[in-house]
Design a protein around this ligand. Structure first.
Ligand code: NAD
Length: 497
């Protein structure tokens, strides 16, 4: 993420927030779900209920889409000069900066994120995204083209219309605001459906944007679960779906959206390999190997959860990673020293446990570290887990666990390392550690991944596009490519003779 090394800065203490019940945000106003249903929100570090949010369903989605539709078709937003739209986003960035502590507290209690990281990673990137797309809006432009006939021919970038944004639980702020900032910069209106497990910051972002000058109805928020998400995908008033989440749900969404030829971008799951070659800087490589699977308690789509190590280094690296993993500070997310918080929900913890059980029944597999829950304050804690000896075709090596679980495998040649790295259905991220510049370029070009890191891991920046290949999805977020996902190109040809 942006400047992750800044995590070493001193962090002011943050206390647990006192919460009021959450509502929907439609047409610029808070309201309850039509059904009056509510959903409990759980603090994953204690397992206790902290508040409730409105449980939206198809009726609420319909109201939100109507508000977004009216704001697009009749409202001023799409016709507002792009640089003025950019100014609204930049103002929002400043308001978020001023409300950092509040957002850190909300995101941390909701998702179990350590406050020290939430400040830098989640809120820091949210600000950076609004600033980046606020600036990029100033450069929105078409092109003039020469044709074979007498004409004045030009292209115009136009907003797509109403965007349905559906986001997952692991980075609630970042993954929603990357969509919101880019889609609004392009002049669209939106309905956002945040994850049911982590809905708290979505409403605050909508209110901050309203305060920054976003007209009513341009951004609407419907909290709820898969039922609300499905209603959004099916709604005829929605022109495009921007989805981040699991491959299974992404597949279902693409299929449903296909029925009405609704465009979709899909940021889906991953099972990314990190390769340590024999000439790597081992201190850096081991540090990144640990960070790669414990960061965000392993709930990182780009987690480096498959470590591939040159055979002569295999024992040394495996022992070093397993030895150090247990020493990474784990505990209360509101303790500034904590680096690993709980898993974000009970059902996610159970899934991690089921995957690690597979290692216990696999001949030759050995759990070098972790492999168990940690009993702490009733929260959903799981020890960082390091496993060697798994077959490459085992489910634990091939499927996304989404927890702090690392498998380590040896390789003998560069070709074998590349083949192993590319051997899953996913293609989200990959990394390699080497001091050989030729090898760095050669292997980076052979890895099937949307982003490749060399001698580092997990660095993301609003200027650099990311997204998947294969079953990790299609479309890109971040960069000018991320803005282009929310634009249609119109060609205008005027006869001049
Ligand atoms: P999920 O797919 O279970 O849920 C994501 C969102 O989809 C939630 O808001 C959920 O309510 C909604 N949803 C569920 N069923 C739906 C349906 N039928 N129609 C429409 N919406 C529906 O994912 P999750 O468990 O919240 O998040 C974890 C997954 O997200 C992992 O697979 C992870 O790799 C992936 N992820 C990918 C990226 C990326 O950029 N590629 C980033 C973060 C997370």
């Amino acid at each position: 993420m942006t400047s992750r090394e800044q995590g070493n800065e001193a962090v002011a203490p943050i206390s647990r927030p006192s919460l009021t019940d959450g509502s929907l945000f439609i047409g610029g106003a808070r309201r309850d779900a039509v059904s009056q249903r509510r959903r409990d929100v759980i603090d994953p570090s204690t397992g206790k209920k902290i508040t409730t949010v409105a449980e939206g369903d198809a009726q609420d989605v319909d109201a939100a889409v109507r508000a977004a539709r009216a704001a697009f078709d009749e409202g001023p937003w799409r016709h507002t000069p792009a640089r003025e739209r950019g100014r609204v986003l930049t103002r929002a960035a400043q308001l978020i900066r001023e409300r950092t502590d509040e957002l850190v507290a909300l995101e941390s209690i909701d998702a179990g994120k350590p406050v020290s990281l939430t400040r830098i990673i989640d809120v820091g990137n949210t600000i950076a995204q609004f600033e980046y797309y606020g600036g990029l809006a100033h450069s929105l432009a078409g092109a003039t083209r020469q044709t074979a006939f007498p004409s004045m021919a030009y292209t115009v970038p136009e907003p797509i219309g109403v965007i349905g944004a559906i986001t997952p639980f692991n980075f609630p702020l970042i993954l929603s605001t990357v969509k919101i900032a880019a889609a609004l910069a392009a002049g669209n209106t939106m309905v956002h459906k945040p994850a049911e497990d982590t809905p708290l910051t979505a409403l605050v972002i909508a209110e901050i944007l309203a305060e920054a000058g976003l007209p009513d109805g341009v951004l609407n928020v419907v909290t709820g679960g898969g039922e609300a998400g499905d209603a959004l995908v099916r709604h005829p008033g929605v022109d495009k779906i921007a989805f981040t989440g699991s491959t299974a749900v992404g597949r279902a969404i693409a299929s449903t959206a296909g029925e009405s030829v609704k465009p979709v971008t899909l940021e889906l799951g991953g099972k990314s390999a990190q390769i340590i070659f024999e000439d790597a800087d081992l201190d850096v490589a081991i540090g990144k190997a640990i960070e790669g699977f414990v960061f965000n308690t392993g709930q990182f789509c780009m987690g480096g959860t498959r470590l591939l190590v040159a055979r002569p280094l295999f024992d040394t690296v495996s022992k070093a990673v397993a030895g150090a993993a247990g020493g990474v500070p784990l505990g209360d997310p509101f303790d500034p020293a904590t680096v690993i918080g709980p898993i974000a929900g009970a059902r996610h913890l159970e899934k991690v446990e089921r995957y690690v059980e597979l290692a216990r029944s696999e001949p030759g597999a050995e759990i070098l570290a972790g492999g168990h829950r940690i009993d702490l304050n009733g929260g959903y804690f799981y020890a960082p887990t390091v496993i060697v000896g798994m077959a490459n075709d085992s489910r634990l090596v091939q499927e996304e666990v989404f927890g702090p679980v690392l498998t380590i495998q040896p390789f003998d040649t560069e070709d074998e390392a590349v083949a192993l790295a590319n051997s899953t259905q996913y293609g989200l991220a990959a990394g390699l550690h080497t001091r050989d510049l030729n090898r760095a370029h050669r292997v980076a070009s052979r890895l099937q991944a949307g982003i490749v890191w060399v001698n580092t891991w997990g660095m993301l920046d609003p200027a650099m596009p990311f997204g998947g290949l294969k079953q990790s999805g299609y479309g890109r977020e971040y960069g000018p490519e991320g803005l282009a996902e929310y634009l249609n190109t119109k060609s205008v040809i005027i006869a001049t003779a």
